[in-house]
Structures are given as C-alpha cells and as structure tokens.
Design a protein around this ligand. Structure first.
Ligand code: SDX
Length: 429
C-alpha cells in the first residue's frame, strides 16, 4: 500500500480519499471497494478494461513498452535459455529451480502423464470429427470426477498434486483428441522423452513403426509453450480465478478456462488467423482485406491483430515471427502463408487506422504458421494454446487459493430492465 490517495467527491460535495495499492511495476491501482458503502454508488467498467481484479506476483505486462515478464524474467531470456517445464516450475514456485528441484519436478510431472484407462472411453462418445477443443473441454472436466474426493483444495500438498497432474495430463488428453479425429490409436506417453517431444510423439507416432521426434520441431514447440504459458489476467485466466473463487473442483475450473480460451477473440484467434490467411489467398488481396478490417460497417477483423493490453508489438509475436523463418528454413519448408502474413503486417503497420488504434500483431498472428509447419492441423492450434496455458491457469488458481484477500467473485451491474409491475393474466395480455 502507498500513502498516495485519490479524492472522489459526490455531486452533493461529500469527498472520500481512495487509497492507492502501489504495484512493484506498472500503474497505480486505486482501491474503490469503499465507494459503494460511502456513496451508495458503483463503478462501471464493462470488460474490466480499467479494473484490477487481484494482486498477483506471477506475470507482468508492460503494454506500451511491449514487455512480458514471468516472475521478473523477460520472455526473450526464458525462450533463449530455459525450457517449458523449467518455466512451469518458475511460474508455480516464483523462482527458477536448482538442478535437484528441476529434476524432482520433471520426474513428478513425468509420473503423472498417463490418464485413467476409463477416460479413454469418453473419446468414443464424440463424433470422429468433433472439434478437439470440445473434446479437451469435456475430458478435462471429467477429471473432476476421477479426483473429486481426494482433492482437498485447502491442503497445499493436495493443490500441488493437482498442479502436477494437470500439467502432466493435458498433453496426453490433447493428443488423444487429435488421434480421435484421425481415427488412429492413442499413443501412450513415454517418460524418457522431454515434454514437447513426448507430446509430438503422442500426436504423430503410430504402433506400426518407430517414430523419430524431429529435434527442431521439439525445440520450436517448447519455445511456443513458453510463450503461451501465462499472460496475467486474460479472459481464460480470469475465468479460472472466478470459478475457483467459488471453491469449485480445480479440474472443473480449468475446464472453464478451456471453454473461455476457445473464443476467436481469445485463444481461438490462432486458428482464425490461418483460416483467414487461406481465405485471403495471396498478397494481391492484402490491401482489400486491410480495408475491410478498417471499415466500421464491416464485421471483418484482422485476426491476430490488436490486444487489450499491448498498444505496441506483442513481444511474443516478435519471437514467434523470428522463429517462423528459422523453423521453416530448418524443416526446408517454403510456406506462402508466411509471406502473406508478413505482407499483411507490413501493410497494416503502415496504415493510419492501425497506427491510431495501436493495433499490432499479437501472439496468435504467426504461431499457426509454425504449428502448420510441424504438421499440426488448424483445428488443433487452440488446443496447443490450452496445453501451454494450463500452467498459467494452475499458477493463478494456486495464488488465488493462498490469497488471504480471496473472496467469491461477484460483479455488480447497471439494471436497465422494467420497473416493478403487477402480473397480467394471459387472457388480459
Ligand atoms: C489473446 O488478454 C490477453 O492477454 C489475451 C492473450 C493471452 O495470452 O491470453 O494475449 C491471447 O487473446 C490475443 C488476442 C487474440 N484475438 C485476436 O487476434 C482477435 C482480433 N483482435 C480483436 O478482436 C481485439 O483486438 C481484441 C479482442 C484482441 C482486443 O479487443 P479490445 O481491447 O476490446 O479492443 P476493441 O475490440 O474495443 O477494439 C478497439 C478498436 C475498435 O474500433 P472502434 O470501435 O474504436 O472504432 O480497434 C478495432 C475495433 O474495431 N480493432 C480492430 C481489431 N482489433 C480491434 N480492427 C480491425 N482488426 C482488428 N483485429
């Protein structure tokens, strides 16, 4: 808390001092919780664009500088030097692990990668062409039935076991959804493989022959997982916190996060970007679609562009864009979609509309191009986002559960409906 205050004065001239919750980094947060009691009035902020919901030590975003920190480490540093599981440890525990802690955590995750054999039956209930996000949502939600009685959310050890299970099992479930779509048998996790390699093996191996994971693909996926791991109070993480604040089963809260991430305005944008690039077709159409995106009467939006917080380049988009060239070159792939994406970016960034509204490429603009190069189908892109973001959801759920200020989330509203009125019998209507 700081000794700074803001003064709020009512139309009748009554003033109160609003305390400021001083962040370690970023803008002042004005505490408004006493406004309702002092003035009998609420604040109004649809979409919570100007409202802090909690205090968190996990991730910091500087939207104007285009900076992203996980527990104080820049995303660029972590992508260059760390691994996804090490970043998972960092996000969950607040510090990078020493070698003993790192080995213990990796072994713990590896020992929870298998799913209950009964869980595999759920996939048979889905149509073969069910969207894999629908299957992920349903199967992760069903984990709450397998671990309901033993999950004591008031016990830190039980919460840590939930964290290990969730991070370990989400790739297994995600790969199973893909196998259901293509009619191939599920592939069991292999504990001798690292996290990204294990996931690629479960996606692409078949029982009929040996499968060799491409180390370039594994490294690219590990970096993409790091980039997508957390992003402070985005819509899906806020959903997990809100669901968790009611004390619900944590596996059910993660399922709520998956449901939210699926939206094309959120994690579903990576799938929408590739579909949009394929619809635009080639660079000759770039100008036409940029003009459609600028037209307020046209619902068309340039997917993968714009962000609630970043009013500069999304640093994740910069890393992914540079990785696109590296991965496609290493894999010997020349994808015209990358050239088209670069042309769209160049055209948009030289256009006043995008400059005025501070619309830049976000994490979803280039990620699909790498996923496609790795042989992953478009409808699996958001599933991969969910695999990576699971650690962020879990870390925020853990932080919320340990937060002494935590209470059930329950926003207020502006009522715009009819005033009280008597019932009218049907014959008189
Ligand atoms: C993610 O929150 C997070 O951190 C999310 C995320 C994470 O890691 O968790 O970063 C992941 O969700 C990234 C965003 C992926 N979504 C998309 O790429 C979809 C396309 N982008 C937009 O729909 C939009 O930019 C949002 C949803 C991302 C942000 O929406 P805001 O902050 O509510 O902004 P807005 O919709 O009010 O837009 C402000 C203006 C509007 O014009 P005006 O009404 O002021 O005239 O900018 C325009 C919008 O029409 N605009 C766009 C645009 N995005 C915003 N115009 C054209 N193309 C776009 N992409």
């Amino acid at each position: 808390m700081s000794d700074k205050t803001y003064t709020l004065t009512s139309p009748e001239g009554k003033s109160i001092e609003l305390p400021v919750r001083q962040p370690v980094l970023g803008q002042d947060c004005i505490e408004i919780k006493n406004v309702a009691g002092e003035f009998g009035a609420f604040t109004y902020d649809p979409g919570y664009a100007a409202t802090g919901s909690c205090t968190s030590e996990i991730t910091y975003i500087d939207g104007s500088a285009g900076k992203l920190l996980y527990r104080g480490y820049t995303i660029e540093d972590l992508c260059a030097n760390s691994s996804f599981l090490e970043v998972c440890y960092l996000l969950l525990n607040g510090e990078l692990p020493n070698q003993e802690e790192k080995t213990k955590f990796e072994t713990c995750v590896q020992n929870h990668t298998m799913i209950h054999e009964n869980l595999k039956n759920f996939f048979q209930g889905f149509r073969y062409d069910a969207h894999p996000m629908a299957m992920l949502l349903g199967v992760v939600g069903s984990l709450s039935s397998f671990y309901h009685d033993e999950t004591d959310i008031t016990d830190p050890e039980s919460r840590n076991l939930f964290a290990a299970r969730m991070i370990a099992k989400i790739p297994t479930i995600a790969a199973a959804a893909f196998k259901r779509n293509i009619g191939q048998p599920f592939i069991y996790p292999q504990n001798n493989l690292d996290y990204a390699s294990n996931f690629l093996n479960m996606l692409f191996a078949v029982p009929a022959e040996e499968y060799e994971v491409n180390p370039v693909a594994a490294k690219a996926l590990d970096v993409l997982f790091i980039l997508h791991a957390d992003h402070e109070q985005n819509a899906s993480t806020s959903t997990v916190r809100l669901a968790g604040s009611a004390g619900t089963n944590p596996y059910a809260a993660i399922a709520a996060g998956i449901a939210t991430l699926w939206g094309p305005s959120h994690g579903g944008a990576n799938e929408a970007v590739l579909n949009q690039l394929e619809m635009i077709g080639d660079m000759s159409q770039a100008e036409k679609y940029i003009n459609k995106a600028k037209d307020r009467n046209d619902p068309f939006r340039l997917m993968g562009f714009g962000h609630r917080v970043y009013k500069n380049f999304d640093p994740r988009a910069k890393v992914i864009r540079s990785y696109c060239h590296e991965v496609l070159n290493d894999l010997g792939i020349n994808d015209p979609m990358l050239d088209l994406a670069m042309k769209l970016e160049e055209t948009a960034l030289n256009d006043d509309y995008f400059a005025e509204k501070k619309l830049y490429p976000n994490v979803d603009f280039y990620s699909g191009i790498i996923y496609k190069a790795l042989g992953i189908p478009t409808n699996m892109f958001t599933v991969l986002f969910a695999v990576a973001r699971t650690v962020g959801w879990v870390a925020h759920w853990q932080e919320m559960m340990a937060d002494k200020e935590m209470r059930i989330g329950r926003p207020r509203q502006v009522y715009a409906g009819p005033e009280e009125r008597p019932y009218v019998p049907v014959e008189k209507r």
